[in-house]
Design a protein around this ligand. Structure first.
Ligand SMILES: *Cc1c(COP(=O)(O)O)cnc(C)c1O
Length: 433
């Protein structure tokens, strides 16, 4: 790769963070040590113009080039009451290949099925993989909507950037995802709380075992019909305040949805389960700052001396995954405070993004000012917590008869209404009517 090419790529990669749509030539040339150490590869990301020698940008994803190969053996969707999360997949998937010399290739919707991959593929060795999780809902009239999908596309590009994988136009991929959903929309269960879970994934699959930005990548999207996370009503979970393992740390990758963040959490989850807790409450540092719960963001509410209830979530300091549900809970609560009321949500409310230490939670547990704690994420939406084990003691967290608390209940109702289409919102993006 020429010096000019690499310099122009570096410049363009700066722009990539902001404007993913134009960044194909601008494969992230990150300044991380991993990149600096990587073996040099004889390839150019952008071809020079034959007349001027100027570097031309490689093609971004073009939905206009979509090829659709329909399955010849469509399956019958299983009955809605037999869906286990993430076990069933629809008839089709979307694939979009990327090549360092040619940019993004032909988007294809094809029958869901296995990939062929060489054992040397870098994804299999160095976890060059990132993903998104989003849901499509079908309302009583058959109208299909996505919930804030632009947020997922942005986050996916941020993750790609962090892994030195190619970025792309989020709008283009969203348009293609809509085509995929339209084709398989009869797979979306219509019952309340049911949805189609959509899993966009991007992997690096260079066929050689060197650590570096791969010269080939594959973006694919699969879809899975899912039932409600809590089929028999909310079941509050007990958390293990985890000090033995860390999920994230400053300068790490906790703020990105990378496959590499999840495999190490499984042992920690087993560790918690062995002690009688359902999930990990991920703590950080000697101060035991609360960060996240399992694979969800965390909210905790305190009663203040002046009678105000404070809804708190840890700030996006690089260790917190910027959840779409987290952002939505914050937005609804803040709108409520500003006068756009969420029905039944208490009025005396303040909303904070600030660090919370375990000591504060322990203290609130002791003096009765702990109002509630819950996790937030696309899969479960809201997941109430009724107990935190920490250093051999259990902190009991109040929950109502329905398992929820005074803030999570109305916020959950509002979110469900928006997602099911009974409450009109700009967050609902139509796929088909
Ligand atoms: C996906 C995820 C969340 C929740 O994000 P949503 O966009 O709300 O689904 C929270 N924490 C982690 C670690 C996650 O992977």
């Amino acid at each position: 790769m020429s010096r000019i090419a690499s310099a122009s790529r570096l410049l363009a990669s700066r722009a990539a963070i902001r404007a993913p749509a134009r960044t194909v030539c601008a494969r992230t040339l990150s300044t991380t040590p991993a990149r600096a150490l990587s073996t040099t590869r004889a390839r150019s990301a952008a071809a020079p113009d034959p007349m001027t020698g100027e570097l031309l940008s490689l093609p971004d994803i073009n939905p206009g080039n979509l090829v659709i190969n329909k399955t010849s053996s469509p399956k019958a969707p299983p009955p809605s009451n037999q869906l286990a999360f993430g076990h069933t997949f629809t008839d089709h998937m979307l694939t979009i290949p990327w090549d360092a010399n040619k940019g993004w290739g032909t988007p294809t919707i094809q029958p869901y099925g296995p990939f062929q991959m060489e054992p040397s593929s870098t994804v299999l060795h160095y976890a060059q993989t990132l993903f998104e999780g989003m849901k499509a809902y079908r309302d009583d009239n058959g109208k299909v909507t996505l919930f804030r999908p632009d947020m997922n596309m942005k986050r996916m590009n941020n993750s790609a950037q962090r892994l030195a994988l190619p970025t792309f136009s989020g709008d283009a991929v969203l348009e293609l995802i809509k085509k995929l959903i339209q084709l398989d929309k009869h797979w979306i269960p219509q019952e309340p709380g049911h949805s189609l879970y959509i899993r966009p994934t991007l992997i690096g699959n260079q066929k050689s075992i060197g650590v570096g930005p791969p010269n080939e990548a594959l973006l694919f999207v699969i879809c899975s019909p899912v039932g409600p996370y809590y089929a028999e009503g909310f079941k509050p979970v007990a958390l293990y305040g985890t000090t033995e393992f860390s999920r994230a740390y400053p300068g790490g990758t906790g703020a990105y949805k990378l496959g590499a963040n999840y495999a190490p959490g499984v042992l920690a989850q087993k560790f918690a389960a062995k002690r009688g807790y359902a999930q990990n409450l991920w703590l950080f540092g000697e101060e035991n700052y609360l960060t996240e719960v399992g694979t969800m963001n965390l909210f905790v509410a305190f009663k203040k001396p002046d009678g105000v209830t404070e809804l708190v979530t840890p700030p996006l300091d690089g260790m917190i995954l910027p959840g779409v549900t987290r952002d939505s809970v914050l937005a609804l609560a803040r709108e409520h405070v500003a006068g756009k009321k969420v029905p039944e949500l208490p009025d005396n409310l303040v909303v904070s993004e600030r660090p919370v230490k375990m000591a504060e939670v322990q203290e609130a547990g002791r003096n009765g000012t702990l109002v509630e704690m819950f996790g937030s994420g696309t899969a479960a939406v809201i997941s109430p917590v009724n107990k935190v084990g920490f250093k051999g003691e259990d902190i009991i967290i109040p929950t109502g008869e329905d398992g929820m608390g005074p803030l999570s209940r109305p916020i959950w109702k509002q979110l469900m209404g928006i997602q099911r289409g009974t409450i009109p919102s700009l967050w609902s993006v139509e796929v088909t009517n």
